[in-house]
Design a binder for this molecule. Structure first.
Ligand SMILES: Nc1ncnc2c1ncn2[C@@H]1O[C@H](COP(=O)(O)OP(=O)(O)OP(=O)(O)O)[C@@H](O)[C@H]1O
Length: 600
């Protein structure tokens, strides 16, 4: 991506902000003023020089008098105070304009940049909610975290330079170059001689630094992901004495990051000192040739002073430009990463900004759910090959099957985390593929085998499950929460296991019940609970029974025995369906799994 194309893409990505336009105008005013000031100062120097020399010069001072005359000093003519004060006043105004436009421009850029960063973070956050759940499954959390923080920060650090500094630097260079050509083409050409060298140097350095910068940001993301992985699996790593292995992985990444950063920075760091060296040579040449040409009367002292000031004004934006370019390059790499993340395909809802789905309230009927010849596979691996399953309204259906047979996949399909490759799933006769995802999920509450809790109290975690317009049976929730050490006030942490796995399950069941759902999915929801806790959970669910259509995924005989019917999944299909007694009597797959002695 070249710089111009990248700048265009960033502009299109961020849209317009009037603050940045104002800041650009102010920066241009400041640049124009700073270009005029050396001319004014040159005029002041010439007035003072000619006045002082003219006063002291005797008439007929020979060659020296001729030189002084060509430099504007006339024997007997003193300082033109009127002109001097007039020019000094203009210089004063120019300095005030310069300073105030720089201050106001800086403030505007800062506000605009902070707002732009905020908007980008919002887009990344919204994106996370719009990504298909299945797409997040294979992703390392740390990499998403990195896109949200490091890449956004790095990209945002170049927004100001792109929109304001870069155009101002380029225009300043052009304006100063024009001024130099106007006041002294001779010195202008000497100064311009360095520009091809600078340009070639900058291009070479940027090319050499680019792959290292790309590696630097990629490795930064990998390090964030590594730290996240290690942090969340801290206990497992300690239990398996895996610290050495994870430390070695970290060292390897850290080395790679250091090498990439070091090499990239080394190339960038050579640029500015080389340019300073070139400028120093130019200043020596100007000083020597300037003095000679002044003695010849070819330039005035004021013009020479202006040339030196312009040479300075030209060299500082050029070195600023060359030091900005590697920064821009690095920012563009992060921009590419953020944009790639934001460009990933989304689900067609729901998102945080989707309208809230209205609830039918208490006067509702539990729905009838039908899976009709549903096929599904992950990539090339077929998991479901024609599932026909009915979840009767207001009834509890247990789904059993061997490990990896596709039970959780069936619950994912019902939640529209993934879509069937063939067949339909209906809720009360309506194909869920035609319903907004928000509408499907608003009816559901799910308890998975891997409970998710956020840091806070048990009560706050339960309240998270409430749905608008639904009034759950609070006695039931209180009953479940009574099983926790401090009831509703029990501290819960999202990262650390400060409550037991069984207590977590109690809590997530209570959260599901808090939504008073039409459809309840319990996927191994009681796998960690002891028989007494399972009984408590069972009582809680009993209250929901006839208001809710429930799907229980379980291997436990005691849990599935409480269901109204049992469906057996094998080879991608439902091969048996009936009550526990019927299935045992039929002597099929279910009887084979549980018939001999119920696994308790
Ligand atoms: N995101 C995924 N990508 C690829 N394959 C997957 C994915 N999720 C599940 N699978 C595979 O699909 C198959 C069915 O998985 P699923 O989790 O539905 O089984 P399950 O019956 O719920 O198993 P268990 O009883 O162990 O919970 C498994 O072989 C699993 O490895």
């Amino acid at each position: 991506m070249n710089v111009v194309q990248a700048v265009r893409e960033v502009r299109a990505f961020l849209g317009s902000d009037r603050r940045l336009t104002f800041a650009l105008v102010l920066a241009l005013i400041a640049a124009a003023t700073s270009v005029v000031i050396p001319l004014l100062l040159a005029r002041m120097t010439d007035i003072i020089f000619s006045g002082v020399v003219g006063t002291k010069l005797a008439h007929g001072a020979g060659d020296l008098g001729d030189i002084a005359d060509r430099l504007g000093a006339h024997a007997g003519v003193g300082i033109d105070w009127h002109s001097l004060w007039a020019v000094a006043a203009v210089v004063g105004v120019a300095l005030v304009v310069l300073t105030s436009s720089r201050i106001c421009g800086g403030l505007l850029v800062n506000t605009a940049v902070q707002r732009a960063i905020r908007r980008i973070r919002e887009r990344v956050e919204n994106k996370i909610h719009r990504l298909p759940v299945a797409a997040l499954e294979g992703r390392r959390r740390g990499e998403v975290l990195n896109a949200m923080t490091v890449d956004v920060d790095n990209f945002s650090s170049v927004i100001g330079p792109i929109f304001v500094q870069l155009p101002v630097l380029i225009l300043t260079i052009l304006a100063v170059a024009t001024m130099l050509l106007v006041i002294s083409p001779f010195f202008a050409l000497i100064i311009f001689a360095t520009i091809p060298v600078t340009t070639v140097l900058a291009i070479v350095v940027l090319r050499l630094a680019k792959p290292h910068m790309e590696r630097q940001w990629k490795t930064t993301a990998a390090i964030t992901a590594h730290v996240e992985d290690v942090y969340s699996a801290r206990d497992m790593i300690a239990a398996y004495d895996g610290d050495r292995q994870t430390a070695a992985e970290f060292d390897e990444l850290n080395d790679r990051l250091q090498r990439a950063g070091q090499t990239g920075q080394t190339w960038s760091a050579t640029l500015t000192p080389t340019l300073t060296f070139l400028n120093a040579i130019v200043f020596v040449v100007i000083a020597v040739l300037g003095a000679l040409r002044m003695l010849e009367g070819a330039v005035t002292l004021g013009v020479l002073q202006a040339v030196v000031m312009y040479a300075q004004q030209l060299s500082s934006p050029i070195s600023e430009l060359t030091s900005t370019l590697p920064r821009l390059q690095s920012g563009f790499i992060s921009f590419g990463r953020v944009r790639a993340f934001l460009g990933e395909s989304e689900e067609d809802g729901p998102a945080v900004d989707d309208p809230v789905v209205a609830s039918p309230g208490r006067h509702r009927m539990p729905p009838r759910i039908v899976f009709d010849d549903v096929h599904f596979g992950y990539d090339d691996k077929l998991v479901l090959m024609g599932v026909d399953l009915e979840l009767a309204a207001g009834r509890t259906t247990a789904l059993v099957g061997a490990t990896g047979s596709g039970k959780t996949t069936i619950t994912s399909l019902l939640q529209r985390f993934v879509e069937p490759s063939a067949g339909v799933i209906t809720i009360d006769g309506e194909d869920i593929a035609d319903m907004a995802r928000g509408r499907v999920r608003a009816q559901l509450a799910v308890v998975t085998q891997d409970p998710w809790l956020f840091s806070g109290t048990a009560g706050e975690n339960v309240d998270f499950g409430t749905k608008e317009g639904r009034v759950p049976d609070s006695w039931m929730i209180d009953l479940l929460l009574a099983g926790l050490p401090n009831g509703r006030d029990t501290d819960v942490s999202g990262d650390n296991d400060i409550i037991s796995a069984g207590e977590k399950q109690l809590l997530t069941v209570a959260r599901a019940l808090a939504g008073d759902p039409d459809i309840l999915i319990l996927d191994e929801a009681t796998s960690a609970a002891d028989p007494r806790t399972e009984l408590v959970i069972g009582r809680g669910l009993e209250a929901l029974r006839h208001r809710t259509t429930t799907l229980i995924v379980t291997h436990r005989y005691s849990t599935l025995a409480t269901a109204d019917s049992i469906a057996v999944l094998a080879d991608g299909r439902i091969i048996e369906h009936g009550t526990a007694d019927e299935l045992l009597a039929a002597g099929g797959e279910f009887a084979r799994l549980y018939g001999v002695s119920p696994p308790e």
